[in-house]
Design a protein around this ligand. Structure first.
Ligand code: NAG
Ligand code: NAG
Length: 503
């Protein structure tokens, strides 16, 4: 967080850069007036209006390039040094307006001030980096120390390399040794590309050093401006190796880093919180499900019999006690007299341990209540498994709540039971009615309402007397979940429809 404090010095730094000298000092100017014949066709009629327009644009962009006129054309570029503020740029250009006032209508004009520049021609000069009237201006005072010469050469080398790489074509640099300093500034007019800028400044560099040991030197080329001096002439730009732009970028980097760190910290905190919360919820659910499992386990113990008990109960699994064969083994009949079993007459399945909850009636899973109707439910599941040839726990569906039972119910409602009948069954067409009756019975056995499930006795009657009408089954358990997932509105309406259809 404290890194955010860096924004304050950043703002201060920018405002320091912005406060300084517009450098309206005249360096050089050229002017060539038009002939009287051409002057009549000169496209700029309102000099001050035109120049005011340039000034406004220059104040915004620090660079203007334009072409005026239908037949006789005037080409203009103007630029301020990058270290000038918008306001300083306008002040500097006002000086240009004064200087050029007596020069119009000009066929060719250039004004070099220390802070700004204008060039105007009757031809396009945008490809010119060096021209025939380029000049070098050397200061009158000299610096006799040899070190100054070295410093100037280092500074110039630096800015000549850097400026073409800068998107504004601008560079400043400073070197200090033995209490002596050298300052440099290079700028290309923005109409030049990188190579032209480099060409212009390299030419300027060799011209400037010819001024040494003069304390000051300027080169005024067609495409660029280069200056060195023994004093800091630019506007509080930092002339060190870590010059201002690098410094500003450093601060910006700090600020951005700080923001990123903050965001990451908040994100991490949120993540840790979420994970902790999930763990808590998971532990709670785990605990609950453990409790559920132990309750289930306890109730299952009712149904687990010693082999010896079963042997006794079924007369050593005798054929006379055999009811039939199910998916999990043979079914024997036994009247159980043991205490704890309220229903004395129970067909039991002799495949301990009991199959999974796929065969258990919901009320048994929920409260462990063992009734005859629990077995009826299991029988129904078994019947539907046999008819469809699919084991309930192996049932494949996109919907995780769907089982053989719910799937059969769905097809029963839609009158498409034939679709779920085991394809490997022979003579299917011949026994179609019978098979569908078995499905119907299976659904009656697996109704959610245990009261509506038939007794085993009536089931046998239903299967034996194939002509007696069957009651309509109500829905199986777990349909709510299933319905919610598939189509919330489909349920009741279609069920009613199918009830009418089948009656
Ligand atoms: C020149 O343009 C300025 C606006 O920049 C306007 O105020 C002035 O009236 C114009 N002068 C003429 C002679 O059109
Ligand atoms: C530009 O002006 C000069 C001097 O007035 C003239 O000699 C030259 O032909 C002009 N060039 C163009 C392209 O008009």
């Amino acid at each position: 967080m404290e890194n955010l404090n860096l924004i304050v010095p950043l703002v201060i730094l920018i405002s320091v850069v912005a406060r300084a000298d517009p450098r309206t000092n005249m360096v050089e100017h050229f002017c060539e007036k038009m002939t009287e014949k051409d002057a009549s066709k000169f496209p700029i009629h309102n000099y001050s209006g035109f120049m005011d327009g340039l000034k406004e644009q220059l104040g915004r962009d620090k660079y203007v390039s334009c072409t005026i006129g239908p037949s006789l054309k005037v080409y203009v570029i103007s630029q301020c040094m990058e270290d000038l503020s918008d306001k300083e740029c306008r002040v500097c250009f006002s000086q240009i307006i004064n200087v050029l006032a007596n020069c119009f209508p000009a066929s060719s004009a250039r004004v070099y001030l220390d802070g700004c520049f204008i060039r105007l021609e009757n031809y396009s000069f945008h490809e010119e980096s060096i021209g025939s009237i380029d000049v070098t201006k050397c200061g009158q005072d000299t610096e006799p120390e040899q070190v100054f010469k070295e410093l100037v050469e280092e500074v110039i080398k630096n800015i000549v390399e850097k400026a073409p790489m800068d998107e504004r074509g601008f560079a400043v640099f400073k070197e200090t040794r033995n209490g002596i300093s050298a300052y440099g500034m290079a700028t290309c007019w923005r109409n030049l590309d990188k190579d032209m800028c480099s060409e212009c400044l390299n030419e300027a560099a060799s011209s400037t050093t010819s001024c040494l040991p003069s304390v000051e030197g300027r080169v005024l080329n067609a495409g660029c401006f280069l200056r060195y001096s023994h004093y800091q002439f630019a506007n509080n730009m930092q002339f060190s190796k870590n010059e201002s732009h690098a410094q500003i970028w450093l601060y910006i980097t700090y600020a951005i880093s700080a923001v990123i760190i903050c965001i990451m910290a908040i994100g991490l905190g949120f993540f840790v919180g979420k994970v902790t919360y999930r763990k808590m919820v998971f532990r709670k659910m785990q605990k609950e499900s453990e409790m559920d499992l132990s309750a289930l386990h306890k109730s299952l113990q009712f149904l687990q019999f010693k082999y010896s008990t079963l042997e006794r109960a079924t007369d050593s699994f005798s054929e006379s006690k055999k009811l039939g064969r199910g998916g999990f083994g043979e079914i024997f009949k036994r009247i159980l007299g043991s205490p704890g079993f309220a229903q004395a007459r129970n067909p039991i399945r002799s495949a301990p341990p009991l199959p999974a909850h796929w065969y258990m009636a919901p009320e048994y899973i929920v409260n462990g209540r063992l009734t005859e109707k629990v077995d009826v439910y299991s029988f129904g599941v078994l019947v539907l498994e046999i008819v469809s040839g699919v084991q309930n726990n192996k049932f494949q569906s996109e919907n995780c709540f769907e089982t053989v039972v719910t799937n059969t119910w769905k097809h029963f409602q839609a009158n498409t039971e034939s679709e779920i009948i085991d394809k490997s069954m022979k003579n299917m067409e011949e026994y179609r009615d019978e098979i569908e009756r078995v499905v119907w019975v299976g659904l009656l056995c697996t109704q959610e309402s245990l009261v509506r499930r038939p007794t085993m006795t009536s089931i046998v009657q239903m299967l034996k007397q194939k002509d007696t009408p069957l009651p309509l089954p109500s829905r199986p358990p777990f349909m709510d979940e299933w319905m919610e997932l598939m189509s919330p509105s489909a349920g009741l309406a279609s069920r009613r429809q199918s009830l009418q259809k089948s009656s």
